[in-house]
Design a protein around this ligand. Structure first.
Ligand SMILES: Nc1ncnc2c1ncn2[C@@H]1O[C@H](COP(=O)(O)OP(=O)(O)OP(=O)(O)O)[C@@H](O)[C@H]1O
Length: 908
């Protein structure tokens, strides 16, 4: 949930009753009045004499509930040195134990949580305490033993005494953390919560005033940690949640405070200010910081998760085993059914029963699966299916032959049946693939969200379960049923001529007929085998060939060959082997002829096979290395980086294939196979991306990791493109460019694509690699530029504040100046001789003041000369230059005697 940082203003006590103060809190409407007329809203405007107890109950007490619910909470004290920050957190130093009313926030917080823990007897609660001091960029452990487990409040207080004695300097920042771990059992589940409370005491430091080129001055903290904290808060207040661009890694302090500002903690910032006039500018700075901080939004999360006992896992496993058995039966049954359909070309009553049984088994299986979840992870390490390469080599022949056989055999009925079934299967497979692709994409999105929002362990566990369920669900979405049903029923009607088959198949739920792509593939294989048996003769002739040419001319050649063989068989009765040899020769000749006639197709063939070989080899190598357990993380990263380029190369190069290359069924199979592999690769990359994302939430990413993140994003993008492209090819609507371009561009594009197609494997790979790196470089540098821009904007903002500040100061100086002039005038009016002279001077200085006022007017730039004069007056506290010529001691004495004026010079 989004929660703004809360701010409280605590004014340190006055020394004397009648002291003039520059800040006045208004507890009724939670505002502070600063100077004469400015009012600022805050979350808690604490009264001037606010007690420790009142402060705790109003600002920190509400955090305790969040803390117990599993939220991280953070209390930060900020302000000028000596304004009571340490006092607010701890109380009056080592003597804190003497008076409970003086206890600071930390002591009260500890007391409260131990009381609350004692009320939750059913929970196992562990409290750990750590305390560190931060000097510049170094960290010192104040307890000398890291995080210490404390079982009681007295133990915790002892640790505080120890830590206090180790603080050697007042100018260090200290971070006190309390971690609470809770577990308790509800029925078979164990609930876990873990939360951290951080108390940061930010030491005050001097500020320096710097004047920029444009004469704007700015207060800069001399402490580097506070300076970078200021920059982070300024940036966050302008771009909430844009944490990627916040310069947290500039200092140790901001790294430690990452969760408190713009992170996951619920934060309260207590600003301690001095009410005295002499501290006007420091108080003003603190107020500005508070106003900025309360604009910062944090995304508060609950760190809680549930685990289940092992018995539950066993039940789940058993259920899945059962489901797997049922599925196996289902497949066997369906195989039989299809066999009989294709061979007998009729559907009997028993076959319909068989379908019914098949559907019942499937139903059982689905019921079982719907109560449980798939045990396998939906994201797996890349596992390219070996089948493709082996299939491409050994089965290419078979596939080619199958197709030719189908063309060759013109046994009308059988061909019709097998072809129709094949077409239907293709349709089923395609629609299922589309649905799965969509659901997968949605699941990936959910996965990323869940990983970001939930604690790591919890999200991983939930996600895998969720992912598995979603994928399975995608195969059975109700929306698909009417489509599948219509296809299934039409198939039976067309082929089996059964009058009532349509209604019966409806009843049996033929809509579920093709929910699994794998099942469909098996059916197709069965049909193909059937046809193979019948075309054995032709198969022998072409067994020696590995080509997959599907052109019509070739089919014609094959037909001729078959016809010749029949004629020779019947007429000359030559031995079978001789015939085969002759046929082989004819076919080879025709093939060579064809290839020679078309050199570009020959080149394509060679390139394609080469490319495939290299890719397969490379990915196999990477896979085998990746699977080895001994590999350390760095090596894995290196391999993954290479892998990314290769993946992108494969995706892009495969996208460049023309649609005609994919037009045959075997190639459609290949396409599907490639899509499956691409999806696997994508899943793997998304997982890596999520890993880095999780790291990013815990700590600052190194440059390498940030770069890797961009590489993963780019590679995922490329894979998405490739999958979409392949899907379009399968739909028959793929084009290389989607938007129409002017003619000359079209031509240029064509030329470019032709050139690209001429590139050999290595050239193409290195080209893509170069572009990949370039894109990543560009994105990386644009990210950096964004950060710089934010910083500049923050600076700009602070300059604007400074200008306002300066304007106020100028007003005050002018007022003082006028007062002084009045005083001087009054003094000199008693001296008649000088009356006129000084009234002239007064007039002139009034004019100067007026000029200043005009220069300060809205929208006008402040004159450099005027600022310089006023700065000098303020510093030297002297009278203006016009008055400097006048000696403050009167040089002549004027006395009146009756109606005469007597002037006497002093030196005389
Ligand atoms: N509200 C208060 N009531 C009573 N005493 C206070 C209060 N605020 C500050 N003090 C006293 O003022 C002195 C300075 O306070 P403290 O050390 O807490 O300031 P600080 O802001 O932490 O300073 P630094 O940044 O230098 O550490 C202490 O002696 C403290 O007891």
């Amino acid at each position: 949930m989004e929660i703004n940082i809360e701010t409280a203003i605590r004014v340190c006590p006055l020394r004397y009753d009648n002291e003039i103060i520059c800040i006045q809190p208004n507890v009724y409407n939670n505002t502070v009045q600063f100077g004469n007329n400015q009012t600022y809203p805050v979350n808690y405007a604490l009264p001037l004499d606010c007690s420790q107890n009142a402060l705790f109950s109003s600002t920190v007490s509400p955090l305790i509930n969040y803390f117990f619910e599993g939220c991280d909470v953070s209390v930060i004290t900020f302000g000028q040195s000596g304004t009571g920050k340490t006092y607010t957190l701890l109380g009056p130093g080592l003597h804190c134990a003497l008076s409970e009313s003086e206890y600071g926030i930390i002591l009260r917080f500890l007391r409260e949580i131990y009381t609350k823990i004692s009320h939750h007897t059913e929970r196992t609660s562990i409290v750990r305490i750590a305390w560190t001091a931060i000097f510049g960029e170094t960290i010192q452990d104040l307890l000398s033993s890291g995080s210490v487990e404390c079982s009681s409040v007295s133990e915790a207080f002892e640790l505080i005494q120890l830590g206090l004695s180790n603080i050697t300097s007042r100018s260090v920042h200290t971070l006190f953390t309390v971690t609470l771990e809770q577990h308790w059992v509800i029925e078979t589940a164990t609930q876990h919560r873990i939360s951290t409370a951080s108390f940061m005491d930010l030491a005050g430091c001097d500020k320096i005033m710097i004047t920029h080129n444009n004469m704007v001055t700015q207060s800069i903290p001399t402490d580097s940690g506070l300076l970078s904290l200021q920059q982070c808060v300024w940036a966050l207040s302008e771009t909430p949640f844009n944490v990627g661009n916040i310069p947290y890694n500039q200092s140790v302090l901001t790294t430690l405070l990452r969760d408190s500002f713009g992170g996951r903690a619920k934060t309260v910032l207590i600003c301690c200010v001095s009410p005295f006039l002499k501290d006007f500018s420091e108080t003003y700075y603190t107020l500005q910081f508070a106003l900025r901080a309360q604009m910062v939004k944090n995304f508060v999360t609950f760190n809680s998760y549930t685990t289940y006992d092992t018995a539950h896992d066993n039940i789940d496993y058993f259920g899945l085993q059962f489901a797997a058995n049922q599925l196996f039966k289902l497949v066997v049954n369906a195989e039989d059914l299809f066999k009989s359909l294709v061979v007998t070309n009729t559907l009997t009553r028993s076959q319909i029963d068989q379908i019914s049984q098949w559907l019942m088994l499937k139903q059982e299986c689905e019921e079982c699966l719907s109560e449980t979840s798939e045990p396998r992870r939906s994201l797996e390490i890349i596992e390219e299916e070996e089948a493709e390469s082996s299939r491409s080599e050994s089965e290419d022949t078979d596939l080619g032959e199958k197709e030719k056989e189908e063309d060759e055999f013109v046994d009308d009925d059988e061909e019709n049946i097998s072809e129709r079934i094949k077409k239907l299967m293709e349709k089923f497979r395609f629609s299922t693939n589309l649905v799965v692709t969509n659901i997968n994409t949605a699941t990936q999105g959910e996965r990323i969200n869940s990983q970001v929002k939930e604690s790591t362990i919890h999200s991983n566990k939930t996600f895998h379960m969720l992912g598995a369920r979603r994928r399975r669900g995608s195969l059975h979405t109700p929306l698909d049923f009417p489509f599948l049903l219509s296809m299934s029923t039409s198939h039976i009607e067309d082929n089996c001529d059964l009058e009532n088959s349509n209604s019966e198949s409806d009843n049996f739920g033929l809509k579920d007929f093709c929910t699994s792509t794998e099942e469909c593939e098996k059916q197709i294989e069965k049909v193909d085998n059937n046809s193979q048996k019948k075309g054995k003769f032709i198969q022998d002739v072409f067994k020696s060939k590995n080509s997959k040419n599907k052109s019509k001319g070739k089919v014609e050649q094959l037909r001729k060959t078959k016809h010749n063989s029949h004629v020779m068989d019947t007429k000359t009765l030559t031995p079978q082997t001789k015939t085969n040899q002759e046929k082989l020769k004819t076919a080879e000749k025709s093939k060579i002829f064809e290839i020679e006639g078309n050199p570009s197709s020959l080149r394509k063939h060679v390139n394609k096979s080469k490319q495939k070989e290299i890719c397969t080899k490379h990915s196999n190598q990477i896979d085998s290395v990746k699977r080895s357990d001994n590999l350390d993380d760095t090596n894995k990263e290196l391999i993954t980086s290479q892998d990314l380029c290769l993946t992108k190369y494969e995706s892009l190069s495969s996208s460049c294939k023309s649609q005609s290359e994919y037009s045959t069924n075997s190639n459609l199979d290949n396409l599907r196979h490639e899509i499956r592999n691409l999806r696997r690769t994508r899943d793997y990359l998304v997982e890596r991306l999520c890993n880095i994302d999780t790291k990013m939430n815990k700590r600052i990413l190194s440059e390498d990791e940030e770069r890797k993140l961009l590489q993963y994003e780019e590679a995922i993008g490329a894979i998405d493109f490739a999958i979409e492209y392949k899907n379009q090819i399968m739909c028959g609507c793929a084009t290389l460019t989607s938007k129409p371009s002017p003619k000359y561009e079209e031509y240029a594009e064509k030329m470019m694509i032709e050139r690209l197609l001429k590139l050999n494997d290595n050239e193409m790979r290195s080209l893509l690699h170069q572009y990949f790196e370039k894109v990543v470089d560009l994105r990386f540098s644009s990210k950096k530029l964004e950060v710089q821009l934010n910083e500049m904007e923050a600076q700009n903002d602070s300059l604007t504040c400074r200008v306002q500040n300066l304007t106020q100061t100028l007003q005050q100086v002018r007022q003082q100046h006028e007062d002084k002039l009045h005083l001087m005038m009054r003094h000199f009016t008693n001296e008649d001789g000088n009356e006129r002279k000084f009234s002239r001077l007064f007039e002139r200085s009034k004019q100067a003041a007026l000029a200043l006022q005009v220069a300060q007017g809205p929208g006008k730039q402040i004159d450099k000369g005027i600022i310089a004069r006023f700065t000098r007056y303020a510093r030297q506290e002297t009278v203006p230059r016009q008055l400097q010529v006048v000696n403050t001691q009167p040089q002549a004495k004027v006395t009146r005697q009756k109606n005469k004026l007597i002037i006497q010079q002093n030196n005389k």
